[in-house]
Design a protein. Structure first.
Length: 202
């Protein structure tokens, strides 16, 4: 009598075949997942700068001009906003801080810079265009072309060298009229007068 045994184990060929299929599918899906992740980060960054641009504009409307050169105010520095001393400090010209106009302090963090952080580490993610600081909104021509806030690793933007093109070779820009857009590097140029800063050319 012949006794037949049921085969329970996978052969090496079968295991290797399954592993190969998994690797191929991973190679196909990872670029798409990375692209979707980058788009989500860009959308969040645009929303952050929309909120911050509105905060700067509200400050200017309440006080008659944009913040002047800002000073760090150690009395206001706390563990949760120490990284944002520029945004939480008081201006030379005003007894007020931009912090009072920022609804959510997490808006100061760009997700593209902190995507791999295991813990929230506070950094400088956005900077103000030095060319508008201290000016009255009505004194600035072409507000739809005037850069207010931009991706940067420094608080004040004095030249294109201060801009961080962290979003696939481009940067997010908040304009003086309140709109926010994704801009490539060849549309941004240096301004020398009356104060150094950066400009935008469509």
């Amino acid at each position: 009598m012949v006794i037949l045994y049921k085969k329970n184990a996978f052969s090496i060929i079968e295991v290797l075949t399954v592993i190969s299929i998994i690797l191929i599918l991973s190679a196909m899906l990872l670029p798409a997942l990375k692209s979707a992740r980058n788009k989500a980060h860009l959308a969040t960054c645009i929303n952050n700068q929309r909120n911050l641009t509105a905060s700067v504009l509200m400050f200017a409307l309440d006080h008659g001009s944009f913040p002047d050169k800002l000073l760090a105010n150690n009395e206001e520095d706390t563990p949760e906003n120490l990284y944002a001393s520029f945004w939480t400090s008081k201006s030379y010209l005003h007894a007020a801080s931009l912090k009072d106009y920022i609804y959510n302090m997490e808006s100061l963090m760009c997700p593209s810079k902190h995507a791999d952080d295991n813990v929230i580490i506070m950094h400088i993610d956005y900077g103000l265009n030095n060319a508008i600081l201290g000016f009255k909104p009505t004194a600035i021509q072409d507000p739809e072309l005037t850069i207010t806030i931009i991706d940067s690793n420094v608080f004040e933007i004095f030249s294109v060298n201060d801009v961080d093109y962290r979003h696939n070779g481009g940067t997010v820009v908040g304009f003086l009229d309140g709109h926010v857009d994704y801009v490539k590097s060849d549309h941004i140029y240096n301004i020398v007068s009356p104060d150094p800063g950066i400009g935008y050319s469509p």
